[in-house]
Ligand binder design. Structure first.
Ligand code: AMP
Ligand code: MG
Length: 316
């Protein structure tokens, strides 16, 4: 770890990381209002600016190297700030190198397949950062809290026997291991919101006319199942935080803090990958010299064989 920034980031994100194998109780173990010693919002905003610049630099290198891909999985309850986090954290990166997918209630076509099918369709390419706004984890969250979703998936009777959820945890872990083994790093972020802060944000959506569009009755209905979701989150964190794809619980009661928390975990992963611009080998460079000579020989009468010659000399 040569870069001191990487060490600082590692320390900053350490409290968010869910230790693989730990038995988690979300409400007991993680404080949605935690600020990691960042006293004021303006300090946080400065940190976010720095993080956005770093992310941009590393994303350029990731794309140039074109070898690793990064999948960012973003989960949270309604009004926790998933959309705003994506907008702010990714604000500095080249849109060509990023893909964002929001997963909604599955379509008839999606329900006709195995449960991971639609997520596999949307994976990032090498060199790309892919963001899942909701993800395959809905399959052990909303589907678990509302089992009628599982009925819609029409699993044959014999495979419905036993503990479907334990099996899904294992299948998800195996899938993420497969992705990691194939050069797709998986970064998992849970934005952790308190019940009271959710109440305030839902009210805000009602109070401010230009926020009304964001309000949905479904959000209020889901809120009634708060405890069930906390339990489903705790189970998910306990069973699917792995060495190859650990979960990070990001305190989300302050939007500005959630953004630096999420951004820091993503940047830290990119620093670990440490992508490099491709270099040209001696042999390739010799080949380039020969091509140049051939192109120069094709110059029409009176034209400079290589109008850029001066610049070339500066470069070498
Ligand atoms: P939103 O993210 O607010 O646009 O809402 C998307 C909705 O789709 C949420 O209510 C999710 O719970 C729901 N959803 C996402 N994935 C699934 C899934 N696999 N099965 C059932 N509902 C889902
Ligand atoms: Mg919503």
């Amino acid at each position: 770890m040569a870069d001191p920034r990487q060490k600082r980031l590692a320390e900053f994100i350490e409290p968010f990381r869910v230790k693989p194998g730990a038995k988690v109780n979300l409400q007991r173990d993680f404080d949605p209002a935690f600020k990691a010693g960042v006293k004021k919002k303006k300090h946080g905003v400065a940190m976010l600016d720095g993080g956005v610049r770093l992310l941009s630099e590393y994303q350029t290198r990731l794309a140039a190297q074109d070898t690793w891909g990064v999948l960012v999985v973003l989960q949270a309850l309604d009004a926790a700030g998933k959309d705003g986090t994506i907008r702010h954290v990714m604000s500095g990166v080249n849109p060509q190198g990023v893909s964002v997918h929001s997963f909604k209630v599955p379509s008839a076509e999606e329900l006709d397949h195995d449960f991971l099918w639609r997520y596999a369709q949307r994976l990032p390419e090498r060199g790309e950062i892919g963001i899942f706004n909701r993800s395959h984890y809905e399959e052990v969250l909303v589907v678990r809290v509302h089992p009628e979703n599982l009925d819609r998936q029409r699993l044959p009777e014999p495979v419905k026997k036993g503990d479907v959820w334990q099996r899904r945890y294992r299948e998800i872990n195996d899938w993420e291991r497969y992705l990691t083994d194939n050069g797709i790093r998986v970064v998992k972020l849970l934005l952790n919101l308190s019940k009271e802060e959710q109440r305030i944000r839902l009210l805000r959506r009602l109070d401010l006319p230009d926020h009304n569009w964001k309000f949905s009755d479904a959000d209020v209905r889901e809120r009634e199942r708060w405890d069930d979701y906390q339990e489903a989150f705790s189970q998910m964190l306990s069973h699917t935080s792995t060495e190859w794809a650990p979960w990070h619980v990001i305190p989300a009661d302050r939007k500005w803090f959630a953004r630096i928390g999420a951004g820091s975990v993503i940047v830290h992963t990119l620093m670990e990958i440490n992508p490099r611009f491709p270099t040209v080998s001696k042999r390739q460079r010799r080949a380039l010299v020969e091509i140049r000579l051939a192109l120069e020989a094709q110059a029409p009468k009176g034209a400079a064989p290589d109008p850029f010659e001066q610049e070339h000399q500066h470069e070498t």
